[in-house]
Ligand binder design. Structure first.
Ligand SMILES: CC(C)(COP(=O)(O)OP(=O)(O)OC[C@H]1O[C@@H](n2cnc3c(N)ncnc32)[C@H](O)[C@@H]1OP(=O)(O)O)[C@@H](O)C(=O)NCCC(=O)NCCS
Length: 182
């Protein structure tokens, strides 16, 4: 499987590199950005090790997460990242996660990036279904998923033990047959 290089109007999405370590660590260390995220890299070293551990993992490998950088086309600046999960047992289904640095939020970058990713997953890879799992208190993520036209499919009550408490989990999804390419 060739490595994706997804271009949108303002962004380039491609593999997260070791040279992204500092920028990634900086925006992911922000308490608001990491509030609903299971991000276990608490230092620059750990962040670098995490990026490095994915170095040899190819896109679309069952049972793996692939981390895509969200870079400004104009300057190359890293403004966020997308997590793309290829579940081991479901090769035609994909889970997505998203993060945008606080200083770059609310400018449409997540909408643009996930739209580009969905075009790639459905249009190029012919995946059947894409889903995302969010905490219902995560208003920004819910707004993003609704804006993308993803359907709220399930609300699991206190189904996850997360950061010391039982939390709810809401699942959004969209099918290839429902996706209108941009
Ligand atoms: C969720 C997130 C990626 C959105 O990124 P973004 O680039 O700001 O999103 P966009 O600018 O594309 O906005 C998408 C929609 O969300 C809305 N939105 C963005 N931030 C919002 C907020 N804090 N509260 C309410 N709505 C918000 C926007 O208004 C827009 O909706 P609209 O088109 O109907 O106006 C970003 O808030 C983030 O990184 N959050 C922290 C990480 C996180 O929790 N990730 C998800 C884990 S599952």
């Amino acid at each position: 499987m060739s490595e994706p290089e997804i271009l949108t109007e303002r962004l380039l999405l491609n593999r997260l590199l070791l040279s992204d370590t500092e920028a990634l660590f900086e925006y992911r260390s922000d308490a608001e950005v990491s509030r609903y995220q299971d991000w276990a890299t608490h230092s620059l070293d750990e962040t670098a090790r995490s990026i490095d551990s994915h170095r040899s993992v190819a896109f679309d490998t069952p049972g793996t997460w692939f981390q895509l950088a969200m870079r400004l086309r104009e300057s190359g600046l890293l403004v966020g990242d997308l997590g793309v999960h290829f579940p081991a047992e479901e090769p035609q289904q994909v889970e997505v996660g998203f993060t945008v640095a606080a200083s770059h939020q609310r400018r449409g970058f997540a909408s643009e990036a996930v739209t580009g990713l969905l075009d790639h997953l459905f249009g190029t890879l012919r995946k059947h279904r894409v889903f995302a799992s969010v905490d219902p208190r995560n208003a920004a993520s819910i707004a993003l998923l609704e804006r993308l036209g993803m359907r709220r499919e399930a609300h699991f009550r206190e189904s996850l033990w997360f950061k010391g408490e039982w939390v709810d989990d809401v699942v959004f999804a969209i099918l290839e047959s429902e996706w209108a390419p941009s």
